[in-house]
Design a binder for this molecule. Structure first.
Ligand code: UD1
Ligand code: UDP
Length: 367
């Protein structure tokens, strides 16, 4: 029996790993065990319910205003017992979070093979996004099997000298997730509130933006929205108290911008698919929007998702106030720019990434 231990801790990892877990559970030769690090709590638990995933372990590490030290130390020290008890054939981690990094390091210390889902994404700037670029490079330096979502992610790994026989292009599992979450019939109070106005879905949480950059980004959105009668913005604010403080401070006086609690993933995907456009610094949202044909202004200085830019859906606008205002006004006034960016294209696969991951595991470790 192949025992696959799947370790994750945050919202985006849960959204992208639940489809993998469900697929692996279908194979009789594989036993799956799920371990949450608990890096996120409220933002993650609803996803497990939606996908009907039951973790065996929860390291329960979350602290208010946790630092990178807190997360790394807590995961490393607590996961050791889980690895000793389960003795997995392989451990799957996802992406670029500190949970994934610390879990991978623990596996490396124990000599347990690591499968990295969403391997090979790169900006080659350790500080952007921070600490994610370091995390993903560090994980890939000790990974045994790379599940690259796209050909360009595979090319990054090859350039770094990884062996081709260990790299598998699977597509991104976020497309698998969209198959479960998007519904033809859907309504939500946010959509009723926006009525016939153009709805912008907004998210911002990146660690390196917290502070002045985030204030400037919020001011840019505020000032542009002020100029358009028919525009509404909904911002499901990340539970990070530092983000909440800035959001409440800058968006305190407008009826056109609605701050709400984080949405569950069904609501988020369905509201996105019915919105006019998206403004975000999120990684996952940059992958979902091209599939749904929603123009995205990426409020970051780098992106590890060049496929969405090439598809024409994503525009990297940085964090300078004037640049954001200019790009946003352009999308709100120039129909041709809007049309070009809203053609649905999907560079992230066919929704069968989880199956490919399962097949690779069976081939590598099956009898
Ligand atoms: C983490 C990841 C980031 C990912 C993001 C997804 C790291 C270093 N960062 O960043 O890569 O893009 O998740 O959202 O791995 N909080 C709650 N409840 C929750 C979740 C968070 O209260 O369910 C609050 C806590 O006060 C916590 C704070 O948010 O201390 C920050 O959470 P943390 O996971 O450290 O950072 P994120 O910005 O969420
Ligand atoms: N998301 C969600 N509810 C929200 C905001 C985002 O379910 O209120 C989903 C979104 O669809 C995407 C994922 O969360 O799949 C992205 O997570 P986040 O932006 O927190 O992290 P990142 O992808 O930047 O690491």
């Amino acid at each position: 029996m192949i025992k696959v231990l799947i370790v994750f801790g945050t919202r985006p990892e849960a959204i992208k790993m639940c489809p993998v877990i469900k697929k692996l559970e279908e194979y009789s030769q594989i036993k799956t065990v799920v371990c949450l690090t608990g890096q996120h709590r409220e933002m993650l638990l609803p996803i497990l319910n939606i996908f009907q995933v039951a973790p065996k372990y929860d390291l329960n590490i979350m602290k208010d205003r946790q630092t990178l030290f807190d997360i790394t130390i807590a995961v490393l020290s607590k996961i050791k017992d889980v690895l000793d008890q389960e003795k997995p054939t392989v451990v799957l981690v996802h992406g670029d979070t500190t949970s994934a990094f610390a879990a991978a390091v623990a596996c490396f210390y124990k000599g347990i093979p690591i499968g990295h889902v969403e391997a090979g994404l790169r900006t080659y700037n350790h500080y952007s996004p921070y600490p994610e670029e370091f995390n993903r490079q560090a994980i890939d330096s000790i990974t045994d099997i790379f599940f690259a979502p796209t050909v360009s992610a595979k090319e990054n790994l090859l350039k770094e000298g990884k062996y081709e026989k260990n790299i598998f292009v699977t597509g991104n599992t976020v497309i698998d997730a969209l198959k479960t979450t998007i519904h033809a019939e859907y309504s939500h109070e946010v959509l009723k509130w926006a009525e016939n106005n153009r709805l912008i879905l907004f998210t911002a949480h990146r660690r390196e933006n917290i502070g002045t950059s985030m204030r400037k980004i919020f001011e840019a959105v505020n000032e542009v929205v002020d100029e358009f009668e028919d525009v509404r913005v909904v911002y499901p604010v990340h539970l990070n108290p530092k983000v909440q403080e800035i959001a409440n401070e800058i968006f305190n006086n407008t009826e056109k911008i609605k701050l709400i609690a984080p949405l569950d993933v069904i609501d988020f995907h369905n509201i996105m698919s019915r919105s006019y456009m998206v403004i975000t610094d999120s990684g996952g949202v940059q992958e979902e929007a091209p599939s749904l044909g929603k123009p995205v202004l990426v409020i970051r200085n780098t992106t590890e998702r060049p496929e969405g830019v090439a598809a024409g859906t994503l525009k990297l606008v940085g964090t300078e106030k004037d640049n954001i205002k200019k790009a946003l006004k352009e999308l709100l006034t120039n129909k041709e720019t809007y049309r070009k960016m809203s053609e649905a294209k999907n560079p992230y696969g066919d929704g069968k990434a989880s199956e490919r991951i399962g097949q690779v595991i069976l081939k590598r470790w099956g009898e």
